[in-house]
Design a protein around this ligand. Structure first.
Ligand code: HEC
Length: 164
């Protein structure tokens, strides 16, 4: 009898443990979505998605810079094309007054619209320079490009994206 009870206890413990870890997986998996686009619709959702893609593109370029493999020109041109396309589209996705939660965009955009738009144009220029770099890929030139472009992102975020 004692042994039976032991088994039952064991099964209970394992059951509880599994339940807890299953929940943990579900919880962890859903966190980024909850933080990022929770409840966003229309232009807000659209611009958040484009920004996320910019983030992913920059991340993959960073990985290429850190890597020692030969740089694939086609990958660079694809990234340049993505950045150019997104920066061109995005200026039109911040209509006046579209800054309520869950958006992190700052209402300062309405007061300093020219400066805001100019930063998207700067990002477009960056994309052109990346396309040019793709013709003769060079790791240190790419690293310099990355620093400059990262500055354009953060110059805009500093002023026009509210702190989380
Ligand atoms: C001209 C301004 C501007 C530039 C340039 C810019 N961003 Fe943003 N970014 C914003 C604003 C404003 C938001 C907040 C949008 C919102 O929540 O409505 C944002 C949000 C983001 C987000 C969060 C998106 C989400 O999931 O909610 C990421 C990631 C991001 N930007 C990456 C980048 C990267 C990488 C670059 C440069 C390659 C860049 N951004 C360039 C203004 C800019």
């Amino acid at each position: 009898m004692a042994r039976m009870r032991g088994m039952t206890e064991l099964r209970k413990t394992v059951g509880k443990y599994c339940l807890r870890s299953a929940f943990m997986v579900v919880c962890i998996a859903s966190v980024p979505f909850a933080l990022a686009h929770d409840g966003a619709t229309g232009v807000v959702k659209e611009r958040m998605e484009l920004m996320s893609m910019l983030g992913k593109t920059m991340k993959s370029l960073k990985a290429i810079i850190r890597n020692t493999d030969p740089i694939d020109p086609a990958t660079l041109s694809r990234s340049a094309e993505a950045i150019r396309g997104h920066s061109g589209q995005m200026a039109g996705l911040f209509p006046a007054g579209s800054y309520d939660k869950p958006s992190e965009a700052s209402p300062v955009i309405d007061d300093r619209r020219q400066e805001f738009d100019a930063l998207f144009l700067e990002l477009g220029d960056s994309a052109k320079r990346l396309a040019a770099l793709a013709e003769t890929p060079d790791r240190s030139a790419l690293a310099a490009w990355f620093r400059d472009t990262g500055r354009v992102c953060s110059n805009c975020h500093k002023i026009f994206r509210a702190a989380r």
